[in-house]
Each structure stands twice: as structure tokens, then as C-alpha cells.
Write a protein that binds this ligand. Structure first.
Ligand SMILES: Cc1cc2nc3c(=O)[nH]c(=O)nc-3n(C[C@H](O)[C@H](O)[C@H](O)COP(=O)(O)O)c2cc1C
Length: 136
């Protein structure tokens, strides 16, 4: 497992959306934006699935994912594996959070699942001499 630093967590929460990359078992890549994201702890983040299609199919077949986020020239790449929860406390809390988000936005939103990413590696993506360096 790899731990996010306070700064990595701060930026994760600040950005509006992150890029979630998955792939099929035979290696066809897929990247989508996701904005419904939360930090669970230093080595775990949660994404709510409302609209994921190819991404969901990929994660079911191949739980290895990558998630990248940035602001300006600062950014981080998380890699790890996911589990998908469609029942239980964490899912119920996510469903409630997403329903409230939808109510605020003025259109109904429904979470189909809580995608839990256990972070195994963290890299920097800032351009420059340390580009791509593993940070944790
Ligand atoms: C800014 C932005 C944020 C988004 N956030 C989410 C999200 O948090 N959860 C979700 O399920 N879909 C979200 N979406 C929608 C998915 O990215 C979109 O449905 C995508 O087409 C899914 O593609 P896929 O079939 O490759 O999985 C978001 C889209 C945008 C543009």
C-alpha cells in the first residue's frame, strides 16, 4: 500500500474531476472524468458510479486502475486495485451523498455503486526533472 501526503489529499479534494483509467483484460485502455470522489483514508479513495459503462465492465474484468489529477503543473498519479460495493454501509452513505448532490444540482442522481480504490503506488506527473518519479 502507498500513503497520500496531506498535500496530495488536499489537491485531490480541490480538483473538480479526476481522470480514471481502466483497461480490458486484453489491454484496450479507457479514460473517463469522474467528479464524485472522496478520500476514505491515506491509502484509500472512493468514487461513485452513476454513469460508468465501459469503465465498470473493465473494473469487473480487471480491477487494476489508474487515477490522475492535477492543477497547473502539479499533479499525481495513483495506481491500485478496486473493489465495487453495491450494498452495505459505505454504499448506503454514498447513495445518500449522491442523491443530495443531485438535489442541489436540480436533477436526480443515483449511485449504482461505490468504487473503492486501494492505492498501491503514487507517482508525480509534474513536468521537469522529477517527471514520473515514484513518490510512494
Ligand atoms: C466533469 C465530469 C465528471 C463526471 N463525474 C462522474 C462521476 O463522478 N461518476 C460517474 O459515474 N460518471 C461521471 N461522469 C460521467 C462519465 O465520465 C461518463 O458517463 C463516461 O461516458 C463513462 O464512460 P465509460 O463508458 O467509458 O465508462 C462525469 C463526467 C464529467 C464530464
Amino acid at each position: 500500500m502507498a500513503k497520500m501526503t496531506p498535500r496530495m489529499k488536499e489537491l485531490f479534494e480541490k480538483v473538480g474531476a479526476v481522470a480514471l483509467g481502466t483497461s480490458t483484460l486484453d489491454g484496450r485502455p479507457n479514460v473517463v472524468p469522474v467528479g464524485a470522489k472522496k478520500i476514505i483514508d491515506d491509502e484509500t479513495v472512493l468514487i461513485s458510479d452513476q454513469f460508468l459503462n465501459k469503465t465498470l465492465a473493465n473494473m469487473k474484468a480487471n480491477p487494476q486502475v489508474t487515477l490522475t489529477y492535477w492543477e497547473g503543473h502539479e499533479g499525481y498519479q495513483l495506481k491500485g486495485s478496486v473493489t465495487i460495493e453495491t450494498q452495505g454501509k459505505r454504499y448506503e452513505e454514498t447513495a445518500q451523498w449522491i442523491e443530495q448532490l443531485g438535489a442541489k444540482a436540480g436533477f436526480p442522481l443515483k449511485s449504482k455503486g461505490a468504487v473503492i480504490l486501494k492505492i498501491e503506488e503514487i507517482y508525480g506527473v509534474a513536468p521537469g526533472p522529477g517527471a514520473g518519479k515514484q513518490l510512494a
